[in-house]
Design a protein around this ligand. Structure first.
Ligand SMILES: Cc1ncc(COP(=O)(O)O)c(C=O)c1O
Length: 384
């Protein structure tokens, strides 16, 4: 858990958290002031120095290396096990495009996935004749449902680590054990994982794990990473090759892909964004990732308890340490209207489509109980 002084220090670094009631880190995390400064500094330098020449090249490599190193620290892996991407969805597409599919092969996926996974899977089904089998992964059923759906044709399990609807944390270790026993790789969508809950990819041993920079890691848009377990690197065929995917270390011919996950870099990532991502990661790491995640989960648990007292709300409480609170609203209350009214009050939350649609608050370690009380009071007024 964090001390009050640390929470206050984090808040002081996040102008958008004090000018608004910010309960939507699950969409875009608040940008720290130091990140704006890091981005501005790089932009100033590039504008003045012209980006090119040996200093420009060195700076490019340094910005990439720094981002990869900071991501590796945050995710509990080594830098060479990460590809730099623009988003979680980029990582999904890299894996799906790289596996050697045959028509009739099967992918097992979860019942509450984000379009960032659903849409690439639909594309795979349409273009390659792959069968997508969707199984119930809510309410603690994930391991049993996935295990029951595995067949000789299953080539991949692809599901969230943390559900974007309610914040339920799936038993990824259990899923990995079940799939791994049949040598089936698992692609985890970690958009709501990394930075929301502690993630140690080396301990977890996930085959593929894809993350967003702009959510819980508080980085700029257009940043992300894909973890590829070392023994899986050669099982993907890179969907494309580019200047950045090949090893161009002086003395090499530059015609071979990097030995690790770096061969899956998407390339052409804004260097301003990379400077910002590294800054945000260092900012988050500097406050202790595990302690901050525990803090956010604690505040969210108290928020769920408060929401449960509001007549008409049905709390979709997944239990467990997760920084989300999600409620089903009464049928007569359109969720989009609630979100718009909250926004008019300076409160940022979001609604999640589904049956029923839900109102979701995603709580950062910088959010306080007082803020949650204000949120509950506003919601109470809107559903009355
Ligand atoms: C579970 C999940 N997966 C994927 C995404 C898409 O992330 P990105 O925009 O980084 O591709 C989101 C975004 O909200 C998400 O919640």
């Amino acid at each position: 858990m964090l001390s009050n002084a640390t929470v206050l220090a984090m808040r002081a670094d996040l102008p958008s958290v004090t000018s608004r009631l910010y309960l939507n880190t699950g969409t875009f995390g608040p940008l720290p002031s130091v990140t704006r400064e890091a981005m501005r500094q790089h932009l100033d330098w590039a504008t003045k120095s012209g980006r090119i020449g040996s200093a420009g090249l060195a700076r490019w490599h340094e910005l990439e290396a720094d981002a990869r190193a900071a991501l590796a620290t945050a995710l509990g892996c080594r830098p060479e096990q990460l590809a730099l991407t623009h988003s979680t969805t980029d990582g999904v597409n890299t894996v799906l495009a790289g596996l050697p599919w045959q028509a009739g092969d099967e992918v097992v996926t979860g019942s509450v996935e984000h379009p960032g996974l659903i849409d690439p899977l639909a594309h795979l089904a349409e273009t390659r004749g792959v069968v997508v089998r969707t199984v119930g992964t809510t309410d603690g059923r994930a391991v049993d449902s996935v295990t029951a759906a595995l067949t000789e044709r299953t080539r991949l399990v692809a599901c969230s680590h943390v559900l974007w609807s309610t914040g339920e944390v799936l038993d990824l270790a259990g899923i990995l054990a079940a799939a791994g026993a049949r040598d089936i790789p698992v692609l985890a969508d970690g958009a709501q994982g990394a930075g929301a809950i502690p993630v140690d990819l080396t301990a977890l041993g996930c085959d593929f794990y894809t993350v967003s920079g702009q959510k819980w890691l508080c980085g700029p848009s257009g940043t992300g990473a894909l973890y590829v377990r070392p023994d899986r690197v050669d099982t993907l065929v890179p969907a494309w090759r580019s200047y950045v995917t090949n090893d161009r270390t002086p003395g090499t011919r530059g015609d071979k892909p990097w030995p690790g996950a770096r061969r899956y870099d998407v390339g052409a990532i804004s260097l301003v964004a990379l400077a910002g991502l590294t800054s945000s990661l260092r900012w988050r790491l500097g406050h202790g990732m595990a302690a901050a995640c525990a803090q956010a989960a604690d505040v969210a648990a108290r928020l769920r308890t408060r929401l449960a007292d509001v007549p008409g709300l049905d709390v979709a409480d997944p239990g467990g340490p997760t920084p989300f609170a999600a409620v089903a609203l009464p049928a007569a209350v359109p969720p989009e209207r609630v979100v718009a009214r909250l926004e008019a009050d300076g409160i940022f939350a979001r609604w999640i489509p589904g049956t029923p649609p839900m109102l979701r608050a995603s709580v950062g370690p910088w959010n306080t109980d007082e803020e949650c009380e204000r949120f509950v009071d506003s919601v109470r007024g809107l559903v009355r």
